[in-house]
Design a protein around this ligand. Structure first.
Ligand SMILES: *Cc1c(COP(=O)(O)O)cnc(C)c1O
Length: 468
């Protein structure tokens, strides 16, 4: 039986020579069409051997499957997904979503030419970053600003320009790895600086820095925000303002990698911790760097602000050319920073700020509405709204949770991880959370249109469960 079925499968060459696939070879590379045919035949052989298939497939069926595979293998690997994890700045999901208006500016600039390095009024050559840098000075009170590709690049440039050949004092509690193997001691070494470790892992006092300057000839004081973990208990760190007072009295430069920063007091969105860029400028650091796609909620970029002489030196460092920001990120950054001139406008236009600003009540109402929509199409499931602790994410405010709400889905016939896998395979993949054998979909980071897609996915799940 299996033997007969296997022998009934058409040969690769015969299929390729047929009218339909000859035509396909005119549109797609021959090798790709051939690989798709081989893959389809292999899949059919497997179905026959496992007993799943008991009737021979028609040539037309095979051709159709090859066409479908050819079309889908042209689709992009980078796709939109639905974030139901409750982590607003999810590092694995691209951190900050941009929102219609800001993303629209990218679209406008990307479709044609733009005045990236020419001033349309004078016709002379201009700088790609002038407008963004002026905005950053206005929003932070800094003397000067510049932008690069990301904050890892900003930190590297800051140290390469300002700490090369110098002895740099840094607290042992701040010798951190940021992620992706980006380790502060390694970056210092690559920048040509000599590391002078100060204090202990849990406590570093001003006196420790004083000793490093006096006894170890440190001439740069570096502070790094410990973004991705919290230290609790018997701890002490030296505030930036104290470091600046000491450093400047002793002729040292003071540099700060803040990691993530706000441009307005975080209390505006109900958050009671975190650094504001303006505060760092008032505290007097010579140069400060932070990411544009963490708490700022904009596109991937690294922002440097500080004293004019420091920023000018970084601008003239050849490394800055290698780290330069691309025009599409620049377009989003400028459109986003403009909204910050009026904090209420930023909270409205920047999705991650709006998400952080959502009240527990507002999340709960959405979770209840979504639960009812899902329950209506998935009667085999038990669906209800439950309280949930959301996070800002992005290694920005570790330990801070936001009270929110989620939809909890359970079903006796399907395990939570099978459910989660099925949701990830939807046309727009849905990323959920599993807790105590239940699947959870947090409301906080959902867009209004996501509700329909999630409901459709549960209708598909219901079908699968009903057919078992
Ligand atoms: C996140 C972070 C970085 C890296 O920023 P990217 O924008 O991801 O390149 C560097 N330093 C600190 C302290 C950070 O928190």
């Amino acid at each position: 039986m299996e033997e007969t079925l296997l022998r009934s499968l058409p040969k690769v060459d015969v299929l390729l020579a047929g009218a339909a696939l000859s035509e396909a070879c005119g549109r797609y590379p021959y090798a790709r069409v051939k690989a798709c045919v081989q893959a389809q035949l292999a899949a059919l052989r497997k179905e026959i051997l496992s007993g799943e298939r008991t009737a021979p497939p028609s040539t037309a069926d095979i051709e159709q499957a090859v066409f479908a595979q050819l079309a889908s293998s042209g689709a992009c690997g980078l796709r939109r997904v639905i974030n139901a994890t409750g982590v607003i700045l999810h590092t694995n999901l691209g951190r900050a979503p941009l929102g219609e208006e800001i993303a629209g500016h990218i679209y406008d600039v990307a479709r044609g030419y733009c005045d990236l390095e020419s001033d349309p009024e004078t016709g002379k050559r201009g700088s790609r970053c002038d407008a963004v840098e002026a905005l950053l000075c206005k929003l932070t009170g800094a003397e000067a600003a510049m932008v690069v590709n990301n904050n890892a690049g900003a930190a590297l440039l800051m140290l390469h320009t300002l700490a090369n050949g110098k002895r740099v004092a840094i607290s042992r509690g701040e010798l951190v790895e940021i992620g992706g193997g980006f380790r502060v001691p390694d970056i210092l070494e690559q920048s040509g600086a000599t590391l002078v470790e100060v204090g202990t892992t849990n406590r570093t006092r001003l006196l420790d820095y004083e000793t490093a300057i006096r006894e170890k000839q440190a001439t740069v004081l570096l502070k790094v925000h410990t973004s991705n973990f919290v230290m609790e208990g018997f701890t002490e760190e030296t505030p930036l303002s104290d470091l600046v007072r000491l450093g400047h009295a002793q002729g040292c430069k003071v540099l700060y990698d803040a990691g993530a920063a706000f441009l307005f007091p975080p209390e505006y969105i109900g958050i009671h911790c975190g650094v504001t860029a303006g505060r760092c400028v008032i505290d007097g650091a010579d140069a400060i760097c932070f990411s544009a796609d963490k708490l700022l909620g904009l596109t991937q970029a690294g922002i440097l602000i500080g004293r004019r002489d420091c920023i000018d030196r970084m601008r003239n460092d050849p490394l800055s050319r290698a780290l330069r920001i691309d025009k599409l990120s620049l377009a989003a950054l400028e459109a986003g920073l403009r909204t910050y001139q009026e904090p209420a406008n930023a909270i409205e236009k920047i999705p991650s700020l709006a998400m952080a600003n959502r009240t527990e009540e507002n999340c709960r109402m959405q979770a209840e509405r979504l639960a009812a929509l899902i329950q209506a199409v998935a009667p085999s499931f038990s669906i209800r709204a439950v309280p949930f602790r959301d996070e800002v994410g992005g290694g920005a405010l570790p330990g801070v949770t936001l009270p929110g709400a989620a939809v909890r889905a359970e079903c006796a016939n399907i395990a939570a991880d099978t459910m989660a896998a099925c949701l990830r395979k939807q046309p727009v993949p849905i990323v959920s959370v599993i807790r105590q054998n239940g699947l959870l979909l947090s409301a906080r980071a959902l867009f209004p249109a996501d509700e329909q897609a999630i409901t459709d996915a549960f209708a598909a799940l219901q079908n699968e469960v009903a057919n078992r």
